[in-house]
Design a binder for this molecule. Sequence first.
Ligand code: NAD
Ligand code: LMR
Length: 324
Amino acid sequence: MKDPVRIAITGAAGQISYSLVFRIASGDMLGKDQPVILQLLEIPPAMDALNGVVMELNDCAFPLLQDIVASDDANVAFKDADFALLVGARPRGPGMERKDLLEANAAIFSVQGKAINDNASRDVRVLVVGNPANTNALIASCNAPDLDAGQFTAMMRLDHNRAKTQLAQKTGKHVTDVEQMIVWGNHSATQYPDLAHCKVDGKPAFDLVERDWYENDFIPTVQQRGAAIIKARGASSAASAASAAIDHMRDWALGTDEVVSMGIPADGSYGVEPGIMYSYPVVCQNGKYEIVQGLDVNEFSRGRMQATEDELREERAAVEHLLG
Ligand code: NAD
Ligand code: LMR
């Protein structure tokens, strides 16, 4: 039996977590042979609801679940955490853009970045889900000076998965036939889902779909999918977001042959200078991610990649005071 790992989850009484914590406890994230300890963080008014979630987790009698810590103190929840999923934040409602949440949510991530810095395992891997996810991840990493900025990532996997499904459905294939999907930039309406390197069933995606569909249907559909779900459900995506968070952490921890999209610190690759959390194509092996280098970037892609970079720099400027 492996030693248990500690997984901190914030916003643990919220919608996303109501799917996420059960799937993690059942082994979907780190494997059916990896015992887990869940360390759940909420704000004081949500502690009753969180206790209800804890009761339900206990009632599942999950073989892998070794212990549950429920707290409203970030120093307790992040103590020795090997993984941290920062979900807790206010979601947007109809008619709002994700960046409208910047002010409401930014302060949360400076406090939590510091608590991670002071308490978590030195090897902690952090995924920020709470919106605006990329800039919140930047705030958290800047407030954790003793950790490597690369230990902080932002969730782009939902966009990546959405893009794969749109293309699979259009071409009459299955998502498992789609390879080398890339979503660049920000988890926002400026994100750039790029088909230039994508293959379906071994064939270039551009041989299978028309340019008009790509530019005027596929790209906006993926960019606006979050808003479409809010309109349809009256609440933001939850189970699909939890599923994407599990995909992101599983691939980071256990590796994958697939190219996946992750929001990570920009390092100059593809001309995106440091200072923002930008989504790149990566491969994951041995517990680490690495940017896929050397892809050709044409003029259309360059313009889209620049627009989403510009938005991330604007978001950064708005929270400069929280970057430490
Ligand atoms: P929710 O309102 O149902 O749950 C959020 C929970 O966070 C609440 O229970 C709240 O009490 C808690 N919370 C608030 N401040 C906190 C703090 N300081 N510490 C700990 N917990 C805190 O929202 P949800 O639907 O679960 O969504 C959570 C976030 O995830 C939102 O920001 C949403 O926009 C975002 N989201 C991101 C993606 C993505 O792809 N990156 C996808 C879906 C949703
Ligand atoms: C999503 O993409 O579904 C989430 O980020 C929620 C939102 O505000 O769009």
